[in-house]
Design a protein around this ligand. Structure first.
Ligand SMILES: C[S@@+](CC[C@H](N)C(=O)[O-])C[C@H]1O[C@@H](n2cnc3c(N)ncnc32)[C@H](O)[C@@H]1O
Length: 395
């Protein structure tokens, strides 16, 4: 095998940088890659870290050993840049972030790409070996992944990486479909939208048995979605294997942000997000929150605004808000934002009717300062200025 095809035999030094979130993984992988030196500066300040890293990396590089360096990418690049040309050829710097992927960063193009490719193959073998050798309780990983509101371009690279690393994908069928495409070896577990806690327990059970698992939510998983369900299931469990699972919440763009961006910047000042679903909280609580939010002049975003089982609540919600806000208040209805059937409608608090809204809509209600601005093509811009009252912003 050529040196580039086998990182063990690659011309050294090879640097693999892992950001700090990846430090536990780097520590775990290290025993399976004994020829590498693990460099984790423990107590450096941000300023001191590149220097400490550079010294450690230089020593390991001079000894002709590959190095796994833990630090921010910026810090590692700063530490390593001065070494380019000072060490034996080639200098290959690669980054292994949470995706367990090695990306070429510095050095000679072709050689670096070849080393990165070979390292990726090796890292994936090591990671699988790690999962297999640890086996059983606590060995698994669980990502609770936010897919964003719809289109793939709004999904973060971190979410995509988690989906690629998971063997089991769990979620409401629509969202699992949205999370694809998947490989042949991935197992899809789809279920009805209403069984969040069961889904969470299923995910924790699989992960506690050593599997890699992704639970998917639309938007952000922490906004009326699976992250809370997983933590609730975890809190209720006395099983140490569940608590040993390497759990990570992978954020996503929430629907209100996406709708806001489409129309301008209605969330440019203080805002709140309220779910109008009274399945999990008493309606009186919702009404009280709406009344307070209206009185406090928050911009509001309504999620779960209406459904067949909850036909009257949205009309009542509008009435409550109307008590504290004028009929001219800007209202934005964003339906299926980021999806093929996306629809955006601008209206006012005086005119909006519950029939204009369905469950796939996010309702944005402006504050007293939210305004419209004509744009030549398409609906008006809507924005809420940064300033309030007499306090005009200068930055
Ligand atoms: C159970 S909540 C889930 C929210 C999701 N976790 C998020 O962060 O966007 C579902 C509600 O979010 C809103 N929603 C989610 N995706 C949307 C989209 N693409 N367009 C408009 N509204 C959306 C709707 O109000 C829907 O009833």
């Amino acid at each position: 095998m050529s040196p580039a095809g086998d990182p063990k035999a690659a011309p050294l030094p090879v640097f693999v940088a892992v950001d700090e979130a990846g430090a536990p993984w780097a520590r775990a992988v290290h025993p399976l890659w004994p020829e590498a030196t693990l460099v984790v500066p423990e107590s450096e300040t941000d300023e001191g870290r590149p220097a400490a890293l550079r010294d450690a990396l230089t020593r390991a590089g001079e000894a002709g050993r590959p190095v796994i360096g833990v630090g921010s990418l910026d810090g590692l690049v700063r530490a390593l840049a001065p070494l380019v040309g000072t060490l034996a050829e080639p200098l290959a710097l690669a980054l292994a972030p949470e995706a367990r992927q090695v990306l070429p960063v510095l050095g000679d193009g072709a050689a670096l790409a070849a080393v990165a490719e070979a390292l990726n193959a090796r890292l994936s073998t090591l990671d699988q070996a790690l999962a297999a050798s640890a086996g059983g309780a606590g060995a698994g990983r669980l990502w609770v992944v936010g897919l964003g509101p719809g289109k793939a371009a709004w999904r973060t690279p971190e979410a995509t990486a988690a989906l690629a690393r998971a063997r089991h994908i769990i979620g409401y069928e629509t969202y699992v479909r949205q999370a694809g495409p998947f490989r042949e070896d991935q197992v899809l577990h789809t279920s009805d939208n209403r069984v969040e806690l069961d889904r969470a327990r299923h995910a924790l059970t699989l992960a506690a048995a050593g599997e890699t698992v992704a639970v998917v939510s639309s938007g952000d998983p922490g906004v009326f979605a699976m992250a809370s369900a997983v933590l609730e299931a975890l809190e209720a469990s006395p099983d140490p294997a569940w608590h040993a699972v390497d759990l990570e919440i992978v954020p996503g763009l929430t629907a209100a942000q996406a709708a806001a961006a489409r129309v301008g910047a209605p969330l440019g000042h203080d805002f709140c997000i309220v779910s109008l679903s009274d399945n999990l909280k008493p309606w009186e609580v919702i009404e009280a929150r709406l009344a307070h939010a209206a009185a406090a002049d928050f911009v509001m975003a309504f999620y779960n605004p209406i459904s067949k089982a909850r036909p009257w609540q949205l009309g009542r919600a509008f009435d409550v808000v109307r008590e504290g806000r004028g009929p001219e208040t800007v209202v934005v209805l964003g339906r299926d934002i980021g999806r093929p059937d996306e629809r955006l409608r601008l209206t006012t608090l005086g005119e909006v009717r519950p029939e204009d809204v369905d469950m796939r809509t996010v309702v944005l209600i402006g504050s007293s300062t939210t305004r419209r601005l004509p744009r030549p093509h398409g609906p008006d811009w809507v924005y809420t200025p940064r300033w309030y009252g007499s306090a005009h912003a200068t930055s």
